[in-house]
Design a protein. Structure first.
Length: 258
């Protein structure tokens, strides 16, 4: 019941906001606002799956990078971000048809194979948000940070044949096992951002939720012998910490009267 309600909420959100975001956010990225700064961040975090993604994967690590423009006056920002996530817990055994009665996979010359299943995926999107300042200094970027974004969420199962001795797992056949899945996603985040008053040191700690309406992009899934055509609700809850660098700053010239 919870998944059905979440799926309906996501569907309505995408229909309402995604077309507008795709039109206006690229325009904002090229804008040059007065009294603004460009920030570059490098992040690392951990996330746990929910929804349909919980049935396929366990927890995963994520590394990412983002660039954004922020106004010192309003503390509003917009930007683009990307993250690559990876994990070692895969709950769906796509290699079950290849296994013998004892669970092993027999390779060339009767040798037992050594195969690992891993999670791989990424998110790429645009976002807007605002920092609610917690200091008296009006131009400070220290405060509670909130943001919303839209983008593409993709994940797959990586089949790693360590001994390279299993013919059905040759490179040309791997697409039938990886269950490549992607679709539009909503990204919400809230956290704390700190700017040092003495130097260019910034950092932020964020908690976030990523929710996507995704679907398989493979014509045939070898494990089931069918096309996986159901629409999925993939959700990730995470926490990350980022080091932020100010790469440029723009200020308006003050008018001088005599």
């Amino acid at each position: 019941m919870i998944r059905i309600r979440l799926a309906k909420i996501l569907e309505n959100t995408f229909r309402t906001f995604l077309p507008a975001a795709l039109v206006f956010l690229p325009m904002l990225v090229h804008a040059q606002a007065p009294n603004s700064a460009k920030l570059l961040d490098f992040r690392y975090g951990f996330q746990v799956p929910s929804g349909d993604m919980h049935d396929r994967f366990g927890g995963s690590n994520v590394i990412g990078v983002g660039i954004e423009s922020i106004s010192h006056k309003t503390r509003q920002f917009y930007g683009i971000e990307g993250g690559f996530f990876f994990g070692s817990t895969v709950k769906e055994d796509v290699l079950d048809p290849l296994r013998s009665y004892d669970g092993n996979i027999i390779g060339i010359n009767g040798e037992t194979g050594d195969v690992n299943l891993k999670e791989r995926g990424f998110y790429l999107g645009l976002h807007v948000g605002k920092i609610f300042g917690t200091t008296d200094k009006k131009s400070s970027l220290t405060g509670i940070r909130t943001q919303i974004g839209f983008g593409l969420l993709q994940h797959k199962i990586r089949v790693q044949d360590n001994l390279k001795n299993i013919v059905p797992l040759n490179k040309e056949y791997l697409q039938g096992y990886d269950r490549l899945t992607n679709g539009p996603a909503l990204h919400l985040g809230v956290g704390y951002q700190y700017q040092s008053p003495y130097n260019n040191f910034h950092f932020k700690i964020m908690g976030d939720m990523m929710a996507g309406r995704t679907q398989s992009r493979r014509d045939l899934d070898y494990a089931t012998g069918t096309y996986l055509n159901q629409v999925r609700t993939d959700v990730l809850f995470g926490i990350n910490i980022a080091y932020v660098v100010m790469i440029s700053r723009t200020r308006t010239e003050e008018n001088i009267y005599y």
